[in-house]
Design a protein around this ligand. Structure first.
Ligand code: ZN
Ligand code: ZN
Length: 255
């Protein structure tokens, strides 16, 4: 009998499949985004107000990119698989660096259930408290981008022939992060291009070494050493040799 070494990805990994619990979490988050969007559109139509909602919607899109960058930087650099609440996400991102292709195999609800509860509990109070179309234009676009951020990340690892033409067009327009830009995150020195919606912040943050400055502050104040300072660590480097090695059908054929 052939068994895969521990921690290696298996092409039919059952954890990549969506469960009903995942679908329920993603449905709750998506409903919140859609209610907020409906409030924005209906309120704007009623007041004949379009410029401001579109403008704040764009601000929401830009801010969501920054939020994913800060989150991704934190998850990539601090904590471990045993860290409370974030442990499975930290482990998931480390595995993503080692086997980037695996993100393309994870089903949508299994992927997006990671961010769905945060979207639900952030948007719900605003849906209950306000009907302001301008507020909801911001909330709907920002939370929608966060809700889709991991799928947007997965598209940046997917070949063009396997993604919808609209997504390719949005990548070309730089409204979604492109595969060529995101590829830099997976190359030495493994400390840049953290933003995952449009990537619009990456150049500015990397040019001014904003995350490096935050890392220096955290190290000097709290003694926290980020993983990116150990760039030669096997945690960061892609394992290109095991791709497809543990496809059970391959193993059976070898048997
Ligand atoms: Zn990363
Ligand atoms: Zn990636």
């Amino acid at each position: 009998m052939i068994t895969s070494p521990p921690n290696y990805p298996i092409l039919t990994d059952p954890s990549w499949r969506s469960t009903w619990a995942h679908r329920a979490l993603v449905a709750c988050g998506s409903i919140m985004v859609l209610i907020s969007l409906a409030k924005a559109i209906m309120g704007a139509a009623k007041l004949h107000l379009w410029f401001e909602p579109i403008l704040v919607g764009l601000v929401g899109h830009v801010l969501a990119d920054l939020m994913t960058g800060v989150y991704h930087w934190g998850i990539d650099n601090y904590g471990s698989a045993s860290t409370p609440i974030f442990g499975s996400q930290i482990d998931g991102f480390q595995r993503h660096h080692k086997w980037p292709w695996t993100i393309t195999r994870i089903e949508f609800a299994s992927l997006s259930q990671v961010v769905a509860p945060a979207v639900t509990f952030t948007v719900l109070p605003m849906v209950l408290a306000s009907n302001d179309p301008i507020l909801h234009a911001f909330v709907a676009v920002c939370s929608g981008c966060i809700m889709l951020s991991l799928k947007i990340h997965a598209w940046a690892h997917t070949t063009k022939s396997q993604i919808p033409p609209l997504v390719i067009a949005l990548q070309d327009m730089r409204l979604l992060v492109s595969p060529s830009k995101h590829a830099n995150h997976h190359r030495p020195p493994y400390n840049n291009n953290y933003c995952m919606v449009s990537g619009v912040w990456n150049e500015l943050l990397d040019k001014h070494q904003v995350f490096k400055a935050l890392e220096m502050i955290l190290f000097s104040k709290l003694g926290w050493r980020p993983r990116s300072w150990s760039e030669t660590s096997s945690n960061w480097t892609e394992d290109t040799e095991s791709q497809g090695l543990f496809n059970p059908s391959t193993i059976q054929a070898m048997d």
